[in-house]
Write a protein that binds this ligand. Sequence first.
Ligand code: NAP
Length: 278
Amino acid sequence: MSQTLVIGANGTVGSPLVDLLRQRGVAVRRATSRTPQAADEVHLDLVKQQGLDAAFRGVKQAFLLSPPGHTNQDALLIPVIDAAKRHGVEKIVLMTAMGANLDPSSPLRKTELHLEGVGLAYNIIRPNWFMQNFNSYWLHGIHNERTIALPVGTARGSFIDARDISAVAAALLMRHDLDNRDFDLTGATALNHEEVARILSSVTGLNIKFQDITPKVMRPGLLAAGLPPDYADFLLIILSFFKMGYAERTTDAVQTITGQAPRSFEEYARYYRSAWLD
Ligand SMILES: NC(=O)c1ccc[n+]([C@@H]2O[C@H](COP(=O)([O-])OP(=O)(O)OC[C@H]3O[C@@H](n4cnc5c(N)ncnc54)[C@H](OP(=O)(O)O)[C@@H]3O)[C@@H](O)[C@H]2O)c1
C-alpha cells in the first residue's frame, strides 16, 4: 500500500495530523529523528541528513516541516524535496510560517521556491503564531511568575490552534483540486497579549498577566532555555515583526479548506486548561 510520510510526526502539528489521516484510512509512515519504536516509524534525521532514501521508499505523498531551533531550514529541507522527487513522490505539503514569503532570500522562502519549481504537486501552508506556544514555550513564565513576558507591546496576532493546521494539512493531502497553491493560515480573530492573559486567567482562575519586555531582557532567558544564539536572535526578530503588526491579518483558509471554522482562543484554553494548573 502506498504510504503518506509525515515528517515531524511526533510534534504539535504532526501528531494530530497522523491521527486525522489514520481516521480517514490513510497508511501513514511517521518519521522520527530518534530510534524508531514502532513498525510505522522510520528514522529520518534532517540535521544529519540521514535516512532520506529509506523514508521515501514507497511513499506517494509527504508532509514536511523544519524542526524548530534551526535557522538554515533550506539546508535541512531542500534535500528532502529532492529525495521525494527522486523516489517518484506525487505531492508534498510543506509547512513554513506566515511571513516567510516576504523575503526571497530567507531560508524558508528559498525552500518554498525550490518546491514550487521542482515539478511535484504541492501545497505550501504558512501558519501564524500557534496558540500552543502558551502551553509550551511560554508555559514556564506562566507557571513560575503567572506572567507572559514578551517584547510585543499591544500588537495583535491572529493565533491559530495547531490542530486546525493539522486539519488543513490532512485535507490538502487528501484532495487535489487545490494543488500548487499556497495558503496563510490564521485563527478567526486577532488578540493582543493582554487579551490572551485575560482569557487564560478566566479559564484557569489564575491571575495571569502580560508584561511587555525588551528583546534585550528576553534574550538571556532564551539562551538559558537552551536555544542556540542564532535561533534566539531569529525568534527576537520575528517577535519584532509581531510588534509591528505583521501577525494581525486574518484569512479564511482554515474554513475554506476544512469546511470548519478555526478554533477560538477560548476553546483552545479550555482544552489545555490543565497545562497551566499542573
Ligand atoms: N510555534 C509557532 O508559533 C509557529 C508558527 C509558525 C510556524 N511554525 C513552524 O512550525 C515548525 C515546528 O512545528 P511543530 O511545532 O509541530 O514542531 P514540534 O512540536 O517542535 O516538533 C518537532 C518535530 O520534529 C521532529 N524532529 C526534531 N528534530 C528532528 C530532526 N533532526 N530530524 C527530523 N525530525 C526532527 C520531532 O520528532 P522526533 O523527536 O521524533 O524526531 C518532532 O516531531 C517550525 O518549522 C516552525 O517554524 C511555528
